[in-house]
Design a protein. Structure first.
Length: 411
């Protein structure tokens, strides 16, 4: 009997380091997957503790607050077991059985395998528990009736499906999972219909978000805006490339997610988005001033007055201060709203990888009248954006009227 107990003790003693190593590997993998799934961006308020919730998420139906997902048993997910966590992540079900609002991207996460969910949960158990309740989401009727989500989930909860990948490379398949499931890129880059569901027949063709356009991620559209595989991988890793820098809602995605992904996964995402093989990136040539419309020619002086000090007279930009206008992806969008919003709202100081910084850009909403703003937009778009279309003052005014209230704008 004593010999048997000794053998059992020896076996347990030998197995313990293996089990601990496995648990440690699972936690490390879970931390990486949580980054890839961009959990921190929605569950961390500005200046708040990681994963403690409180971030206001503006939706057409009201403001939804990111929840506390630290291991707090009272305010977070400390009482969740792996089954309950998996149900929350992939079915939008809280531990108490209530439905989560689809601001939580379970519509994309429903394709996540159980082992990835368990790893993320294992990691979240190790973060510091924050004993603080996040603000309670309170929407107006009928959106405050969570039971109504039962029907919504039946219709739309599992709409996201992976396309057949027969004959595709392993890199392409990995990229599809990183983009469509973990990264849930389609949640912002796909237009939504009246019930708030993604229009799957227009997947990744672009969507509106708080007055900005999350642009199309289709391969042909990316190539038309000058993207190639190397530049797109660099953009995801460093938040900047020859096409400009991440700003608005994409900056937190870079800051909390893509900058921490490994190079093979970033390359896989670029391969999936651009296709294999990728279409050739369109190269633009600058348009001489005398070939531009009269409005754009007038806009040259407005550019010199308010833009050239940082972006340089000939649009080459200044390192660590302001991006170049030449080849800038925002100027190359057919829809001018992002360019208009940036000029009017400005962009706060941005900290990128390493010691790279971009100085804050002030907004010029109170410095340019409608005619000047229209002329400036035409100059930027025709001169460096490859856009031949002429914007009228009425076009700009319509976009201004569509802008969200100031308190809803991202900074």
């Amino acid at each position: 009997m004593n010999r048997l107990l000794s053998r059992l003790a020896l076996a347990v003693g030998l197995a313990a380091p293996v089990l601990l190593a496995h648990a440690d590997d699972q936690v490390k993998r879970g931390e990486y997957l949580a980054r890839a799934a961009d959990c921190m961006a929605c569950h961390t308020a500005p200046g708040g503790a990681p994963y403690a919730g409180g971030l206001p998420i503006v939706s057409p139906f009201g403001t939804i607050y990111g929840t506390n997902i630290t291991p707090s048993k009272e305010h977070g997910i400390g009482l969740y077991n792996d089954d309950e966590f998996f149900a929350a992540l992939t079915e939008g079900k809280r531990r108490d059985g209530a439905n989560l609002y689809p601001a939580m991207p379970y519509t994309s996460y429903h394709l996540m395998p159980r082992e990835d969910s368990d790893a993320i949960h294992a990691y979240l158990k190790t973060v510091e528990p924050i004993e603080r309740a996040a603000p309670v989401t309170s929407l107006s009727f009928p959106f405050n009736v969570r039971l109504g989500l039962i029907g919504w989930n039946i219709l739309y909860g599992k709409d996201v499906k992976l396309a057949p990948t027969e004959g595709k490379s392993e890199e392409f398949k990995r990229g599809e999972y990183m983009v469509e499931v973990l990264g849930h890129c389609g949640e912002c880059h796909t237009p939504r219909g009246l019930p708030g569901a993604m229009q799957q027949d227009k997947r990744l063709t672009g969507g509106l978000l708080n007055g900005y356009l999350a642009p199309s991620l289709l391969a042909t559209d990316l190539a038309a805006r000058g993207w190639n595989h190397q530049d797109l991988s660099t953009f995801l890793k460093h938040g900047m490339s020859a096409q400009g820098t991440m700003f608005n809602e994409m900056f937190p995605v870079f800051h909390n997610s893509t900058q921490d992904l490994n190079d093979p996964d970033l390359a896989a995402m670029a391969t999936y988005l651009l296709g294999d093989p990728a279409p050739a990136a369109k190269v633009l040539t600058e348009v001489p001033l005398d070939k531009m419309s009269p409005s754009a020619q007038r806009g040259r002086q407005d550019y010199l007055n308010v833009c050239a000090g940082c972006h340089a007279p000939n649009g080459e930009g200044k390192p660590h201060i302001a991006v170049a206008m030449r080849g800038n992806t925002t100027l190359r969008l057919e829809d001018p709203r992002n360019l208009l919003r940036v000029i009017e709202d400005g962009i706060g100081e941005q900290k990128f990888a390493g010691f790279e910084r971009m100085q804050p850009m002030p907004g010029f909403a109170d410095k340019l009248n409608h005619e000047q703003l229209t002329d400036l937009l035409n100059y930027l778009r025709q001169g460096w954006g490859g856009q031949s279309a002429e914007l009228a003052v009425s076009d700009v005014q319509k976009l201004q009227a569509d802008a969200p209230p100031a308190e809803h704008k991202a900074h």
